[in-house]
Ligand binder design. Structure first.
Ligand code: ZN
Length: 588
């Protein structure tokens, strides 16, 4: 842990990072309030931005990143309700200890279970020290809420990849069987890789892909307590929060200080902050003209002095998860039996207790109470791509899950619901099959018998015409737009355009059948199309040149416009944009 700190300024809409990769800066020290004796040797170091920069040198990775960003940008804001997370989205986890001297499997297993438990408490906002926020710190941040993410990390326990000697019922924990931070056998999992002597506390991709990638945690920052041989967390990073921080990166969170005053972490409810903090800063520390949220998991403070995500961060992570890790969510039912190997997350509260020392739970998975999976549901077709599935409420159930797929296809989409119904949107014109299960006091039931609904015969009847006009600024090469239907199929794209044509008009007229659509307008530099380098704008016209939507061009990387065509007429539904960035030196 004796590295000097070199930051690559990090822009969280990460694919654009290469634009800045030549601007490496070095901060000699932070202005934080810290005990200098602590800072000299025990400074939190996370190498995620360096890791990301390295990954971005690879063309294939960068392309994948851009696609992930596009999906993320299109994901609507989720409505995660605090304290109503009866049925958290579960994510299958595999933990890989690498080059460890100790092969005390039972000790490492217990440590891993405890670590996952702690992460679940942190993500769910059920950590006991959240009271520091509730009772005290929150008063410095009026209007800002801590976030409670409706997610639960579970250590996979069945259908493991072959070659690791793991049978059904055993937890997905490998010891000295993998190498590096990309483990392709374990695609579809959130991989947690514990290494020794990494030179930092950890790192993660900025937005993981669930393709065998994962977060890396140093043995000195993994878990809590006295550890197992060489895998022993060192104070002040011995409460398991390095993993909380790195999983935040994996779910697309930036460090809370972004890149200093005026460059945001892309989360609206985290205050602008100039530098990272370390140690345990005093309350009320401020920079950039506002009080700093140094108790946030995405700062650099000690484990004991970070205890919250903001609601905005949770929304961002939830959107990223839904946009880019749905295959990991879908893998849960394959990789995880539902037998609790961790608690926490969801509605659980209290301190981490160390979990189940046997690590396996009940491998038979029996659910012998009257609490059962829903049977005889109904599916009402609401529009050509939307179905409302409804079933009888069952007592003692704390949440439901539905899985569905086009009949005959492989792989499931899985959704959770706290109520006895679920609306599924974005469906194709096809026949679907689906099953339900219930979360009972003793765990998840098995899936219900198979049910079906049929969207293959519903078809749109009319079409409408829209015209899309972009007025360019002087950097047309940064501008492009894409049109998607509600199945997320790209119907049209235009741009990038050429530079030096400020004021020029680019237009396209399209005929669209009844249905809902989204237009995504991008600026690859993050400074929108107005008004520093020309007065760019973006307009969508419906029939008879009626103005459907107008963008004044003052966005950052994107502006999204959702509209529907109904009986041949277009109407606006929703729009969303990010914040315009102000760059001091825009040179090309
Ligand atoms: Zn970090």
């Amino acid at each position: 842990m004796k590295l000097h700190r070199v930051f690559v300024p990090l822009v969280v809409l990460g694919c654009a990072l290469l634009l800045f990769s030549c601007q490496e800066e070095e901060w000699a020290s932070s202005p934080s309030v810290v005990d200098s004796a602590v800072e000299s040797s025990n400074k939190r170091i996370c190498l995620s931005s360096e890791h990301h920069q390295h990954l971005m040198l690879n063309d294939a990775y960068r392309k994948k990143c851009e696609e992930a960003l596009s999906r993320f940008a299109k994901m609507k804001q989720s409505n995660s309700l605090k304290n109503h997370c009866a049925s958290p989205v579960q994510l299958p986890v595999a933990i890989h200890f690498q080059n460890v001297g100790s092969s005390d499997r039972s000790c490492l297993t217990q440590m891993a279970i405890d670590q996952i438990e702690r992460v679940n408490l942190d993500f769910g906002g059920h950590n006991s020290d959240i009271s520091n926020w509730t009772n005290s710190a929150s008063s410095s941040f009026p209007g800002i809420s801590n976030g409670e993410m409706c997610v639960q990390f579970v250590i996979a326990d069945q259908n493991h990849p072959s070659g690791y000697g793991l049978s059904d019922g055993a937890l997905a924990i490998t010891i000295n069987q993998t190498q590096g931070d990309q483990i392709n056998d374990w695609s579809g999992y959130i991989n947690i890789i514990v290494q020794t002597n990494t030179g930092a506390l950890g790192y993660a991709p900025l937005g993981g892909f669930g393709d065998g990638d994962g977060v890396v945690i140093d043995a000195e920052g993994f878990g809590a307590g006295s550890g197992c041989g060489s895998i022993a967390p060192q104070a002040p990073f011995n409460l398991g929060r390095t993993l909380t921080h790195e999983l935040g990166h994996y779910l697309f969170l930036d460090h809370i200080w972004g890149n200093g005053c005026g460059t945001d972490d892309e989360v609206t409810d985290t205050p602008d902050q100039e530098f990272d903090y370390s140690g345990c800063p005093s309350a009320g520390s401020s920079s950039c003209g506002s009080v700093d949220m140094h108790m946030n998991f995405m700062d650099y403070t000690d484990d004991a002095c970070m205890y919250m995500f903001s609601q905005g961060q949770v929304t961002r992570m939830t959107n990223y998860l839904n946009a880019n890790l749905s295959h990991v969510i879908a893998n849960t039912s394959n990789a995880y039996s539902g037998n609790t190997n961790t608690t926490g997350g969801g509605t659980t509260s209290g301190d981490p207790t160390g979990g189940d020392p046997t690590g396996g739970g009940d491998p038979t998975g029996g659910n012998n109470s009257i609490c059962t999976a829903p049977e005889s549901p109904t599916a009402v077709i609401q529009d050509p791509a939307t179905v409302l599935v409804d079933w009888e409420d069952i007592s003692d159930v704390s949440g439901y899950r539905i899985r569905y797929r086009i009949q005959g296809s492989s792989g499931w989409s899985v959704r959770g619901s706290a109520q006895s119904q679920k609306r599924i949107t974005g469906l194709a014109a096809a026949r679907y099959e689906y099953q339900l299960r219930s979360r009972c006091p003793d765990g998840w039931t098995t899936w219900s018998s198979m049910n079906t609904f049929d969207l293959s015969t519903t078809a749109p009847t009319q079409s409408g015409s829209i015209t899309i006009e972009v007025t360019l600024d002087n950097y047309g090469s940064e501008t492009q737009w894409e049109l998607y239907d509600q199945k997320n199929t790209q119907l049209h794209r235009a741009g990038p355009f050429t530079d030096g044509r400020a004021g020029s008009l680019e237009s396209a007229t399209l005929t669209l059948p009844d249905g809902c659509y989204e237009i995504d307008l991008y600026d690859s530099f993050g400074d929108g199309i107005c008004c520093d380098y020309g007065n760019g704008k973006f307009e969508i016209f419906g029939d008879n040149r009626s103005l459907l939507a107008h963008s004044d061009g003052r966005f950052g990387y994107y502006e999204l416009i959702q509209f529907c065509v109904e009986n041949g007429s277009a109407r606006m539904v929703n729009r969303e944009k990010d914040v315009k960035r102000n760059f001091r030196n825009k040179t090309k």
